[in-house]
Design a protein around this ligand. Structure first.
Ligand code: NAD
Length: 432
């Protein structure tokens, strides 16, 4: 099949590379000239484990190509996947649809045979109808179906998740579109649940799933706060809860709040959509408020440990919103650092993959360490903000040897508390 993908970001690029690996002929389109230039040379523009190797392999065997031209990208496509961003509107926080609408209008001009247009972007309910009207208005002769095909991959595991999806949700009532998508997902029939639903249900499934996961994180964070006051241990509580198969043991790790380019944006968009439809989603509203407050509260707790020190220095490990990615969008680390900077603290940070993206957001407001073993030199407190394996497995003694004061604040509960305490450190963690 010939597949065109619009947008080569965290969703579009792994999807394109994965489809090429399955043997499809893929062409990826992006507006950004420099991104396309790099991708043509086999250089990845974002970090995902295993992505670069697969990109190079499929470039070499001619299964994937890249272009800035919508005309070239759409020509002869059987399926067009829209994977452009749907960022939060700066004021209303609803999903900003300008990129999706622009992509739909631009692609419409080049449709000259029956084509399935599928939205991989996370889009508000009813977007399929809007895309349909935009395309028909721009190109009244176009033959097409618009399908909702939400993406559930986890950043940091995008390649793995592409080949091993839990489920594939396809929102369409069209038999022609169903036939095309059944063919596309043939390699997955034996390993994943493929669910055909109404387009509006499919659009809702994506938001309902992300909002639920955000609620679960917020719930365990609130339980962690309770444990701190009640002298219980959140790790034991989470383990005990997770043994109940109705609850499950995933997403029960307490931390500095949920972040990233999806959960904050999608909970806000869901809340906005509900208001538009005259429905109150009180749980989601509470999670949004609680999660925003949490990052401020954590920053205050960090400050309270060092505010007796003259010109305190803070060492930060972790800038990305979670381990395994270079993505710093809406990372709790960014927001906590912003709060610390309001108190004019001297901050030095290190992240295995997120330094470049963090630098674009924070610039020279903080210092950047060369490696994990120099970040804490002269620091008064070491703060862990992301759960990288590199941090879990580091030689802690070597990290903290040159600190000025012996404080560790571990917002991910990943370091060896016993060792830290044995070395005379005050070790603070979440929910204990
Ligand atoms: P991204 O910002 O990383 O990438 C979007 C890309 O689209 C950019 O490279 C941009 O240049 C390009 N683009 C925008 N408009 C274009 C146009 N008209 N023509 C060509 N290219 C265009 O975004 P992302 O993180 O990949 O997210 C994309 C969508 O997928 C969002 O709706 C998001 O909510 C959803 N999603 C993301 C994830 C994730 O883990 N990041 C997971 C599931 C769903």
């Amino acid at each position: 099949m010939k597949i065109s993908i619009i947008g080569t970001g965290y969703v579009g690029l792994p999807t394109g590379v994965g489809m090429a690996e399955l043997g499809h002929q893929v062409i990826c389109i992006d507006r950004e000239i420099s991104k396309i230039e790099r991708l043509k040379k086999g250089e990845i523009t974002l970090f995902e484990d295993g992505l670069e190797e697969l990109l190079k392999k499929n470039l070499e065997r001619g299964k994937i190509s890249f272009t800035n031209s919508m005309k070239e990208g759409i020509a002869d496509a059987d399926i067009v996947l829209i994977a452009v961003g749907t960022p939060p509107h700066p004021v209303t926080k609803e999903a900003d649809m300008k990129y999706v609408h622009a992509a739909a209008t631009e692609l419409a001009q080049h449709l000259d045979k029956y084509t399935v247009i599928a939205t991989k972007s996370t889009v508000p309910v009813g977007t399929g109808d809007d895309i349909e009207s935009l395309i028909s208005k721009t190109n009244p002769n176009a033959k097409f179906d618009v399908v909702s095909l939400p993406e559930f991959l986890r950043e940091g595991f995008a390649v793995h998740d592409f080949f091993n999806p839990d489920r594939i949700i396809i929102g369409t009532d069209s038999d022609s579109a169903k036939a095309v998508l059944t063919e596309l997902y043939k390699p997955f029939v034996d390993k994943s649940e493929i669910l055909f639903v109404k387009r509006r249900s499919s659009e809702t499934i994506k938001y309902a799933s992300n909002a639920f996961l955000a609620l679960k994180i917020h719930y365990i964070n609130e339980m962690a706060d309770f444990c701190e006051k009640a002298n219980a241990d959140i790790e034991e509580v989470a383990k005990g809860m997770g043994l109940d198969s109705r609850i499950g043991n995933k997403f029960l790790n307490p931390g500095p709040g949920y972040g990233g380019s999806c959960f904050p944006k999608d909970t806000n968009a869901m809340h906005f959509m509900a208001k538009q439809n005259g429905v109150e989603l009180t749980l989601i509203e509470a999670a949004i408020r609680g999660n925003e407050k949490r990052k401020k509260d954590i920053a205050q707790k960090i400050i309270s440990k060092i505010n007796h020190i003259n010109s305190p220095k803070v060492a930060v490990l972790g800038l990305t919103f979670k381990g395994g990615t270079d993505d710093c969008r809406e990372s709790p680390a960014m927001e906590i650092i912003d709060e610390l900077l309001k108190h004019e603290l001297d901050i030095t940070a290190y992240d295995p993959k997120g330094m470049k993206n963090a630098n674009e957001l924070l610039g020279d407001k903080i210092n950047y360490a060369e490696d994990i073993y120099s970040v804490a030199n002269d620091a008064d407190i070491l703060v862990i903000l992301t759960e990288w394996d590199d941090f879990k497995n580091c030689d802690l003694q070597k990290v903290i040897i040159n600190m000025r004061n012996k404080n560790i604040f571990d917002t991910r509960n990943i370091l060896n508390a016993e060792l830290a305490e044995k070395l005379g450190f005050s070790y603070y963690k979440i929910g204990k």
